[in-house]
Ligand binder design. Structure first.
Ligand SMILES: *Cc1c(COP(=O)(O)O)cnc(C)c1O
Length: 397
């Protein structure tokens, strides 16, 4: 039987808070702290180094990867976890370029998250082979894919506006042109239905501390299409991606599976927390999460637009073209978000002027969405944001 949403009792949410920032850092799943404590006290504390075998630590990156694979329509064994998303972007792109040695263009778009572009440029600098990172407008990127392109590196859901690419059409175009397709699913995993098997892209990467609620510092994931794994050259050839790490050979031989994308020792406590967090997705269909997310975001847009004429919708109006977030632009967006947070409505601000709100049906219902819109209306109506205490910028916005 399908679970009904929301499942708020599965999360520790502080009283008096309406949390609309699960797209940036998911809340603490109930049971995660106990799971971490058990790994620390029982496994590490009593088993010591034996726990790598006795508690299954060494297999955890793949075991947790398999749980993520089921949410992404990917086959068992095609996803592994570890490191950070920035590193997984680097690994995927480096492998892609090695697969297309006679091509020099990497295509991305101007809506991509900065770290993806920074990592791409730093890889190209290191390679020193004359590659070019070409950026198109998000709406135009599909038409820029041609037979000079080695790799297409795109984030499925735009972190700022929530605008969503058509993954089937873009991937088909890339594969037809002989380019390697890499999807960044940072704002997709656990938020919108993903079907990696149907999409057919060679690589997909993502993080797990956003909609998957794995906590700050949770490991990233990488998916490699199973039929190409043996031709994927791991650029970060760490010992745990070796076919036989404990053979301690002087030369690197990659594992004949997605495990070759592992680098070094996995963060076991974080993986255990992520494992516990994924329990919240058990028995829930991603299509039901999507339907609930669209209902919540449509409700929010309606309620906000009725109250806040000074805000402009910065997300696509068509819910089919939008991920699980809604953004509005407002010249005093930073101050307005601080005033909102002060009143218990937590979203976030993205430069230069975006108020961003994430919708997470696992723990959010319509009543809170209406309350959040009411409070936003009060903040704007009464110019409550126009207060010196809201002007000082913090390190993290
Ligand atoms: C959140 C996010 C990241 C973050 O990368 P980390 O290495 O985990 O800090 C990268 N790319 C995209 C598209 C993101 O949304």
């Amino acid at each position: 039987m399908a679970a009904t949403l929301p499942r708020r009792d599965l999360f520790e949410l502080p009283a008096g808070v309406i949390y609309l920032d699960g797209n940036s850092l998911g809340p603490l799943p109930r049971g995660a702290a106990a799971r971490a404590a058990s790994v620390i006290e029982r496994e590490w504390g009593t088993e010591l180094i034996r726990a790598w075998n006795s508690a299954g630590w060494m297999a955890m990156p793949g075991r947790v990867g398999d749980r993520i694979a089921t949410l992404l329509g990917a086959s068992e064994g095609s996803v592994t976890t570890g490191d950070t998303l920035s590193i997984k972007v680097y690994q995927a792109l480096a492998a892609a370029l090695a697969m297309r040695p006679d091509r020099r263009i990497i295509l991305s778009d101007t809506g991509n998250f900065p770290t993806d572009l920074y990592m791409a440029r730093s890889l190209l600098d290191t390679l020193g082979q004359g590659h070019e990172l070409r950026l198109a407008a998000p709406e135009a990127v599909e038409d820029c894919i041609d037979e000079t392109v080695a790799a297409v590196l795109l984030t499925h859901v735009d972190y700022r506006t929530g605008r969503m690419h058509d993954p089937l059409a873009v991937t088909r175009r890339a594969l037809d042109a002989g380019a390697v397709m890499i999807w960044d699913l940072a704002h997709s995993a656990g938020a919108v239905p993903v079907d990696l098997t149907a999409w057919g892209a060679e690589f997909a990467v993502g993080c797990t501390y956003k909609y998957l609620n794995g906590g700050p510092g949770a490991p990233a994931f990488i998916h490699v299409r199973p039929d190409i794994i043996e031709s994927v050259r791991p650029v970060l050839a760490g010992w745990l991606g070796h076919a036989a790490p404990f053979a301690m050979e002087l030369d690197y031989r990659p594992a004949m599976s997605t495990e070759r994308m592992r680098v070094g020792t996995p963060s076991i406590v974080q993986l255990a927390i992520l494992d516990a967090a994924l329990d919240a997705f058990e028995g829930v269909n991603m299509n039901d999460i999507r339907a609930a997310s669209i209902a919540l975001s449509e409700l929010f847009i309606r309620e906000v637009e009725a109250r806040c004429p000074s805000l402009a919708l910065a997300s696509p109006r068509d819910p089919e073209r939008r991920g699980s977030q809604v953004s509005f632009s407002f010249a005093h967006g930073y101050e307005a978000m601080q005033a909102l947070i002060d009143r218990g409505v937590i979203g976030d601000f993205r430069a230069p002027d975006i108020l961003r709100f994430g919708f997470t049906p696992l723990y959010l219902g319509g009543v809170e969405v209406i309350q959040a819109a009411e409070i936003l209306g009060e903040v704007l109506d009464g110019n409550l944001w126009d207060d010196p205490k809201y002007r000082t910028r913090s390190r993290v916005t």
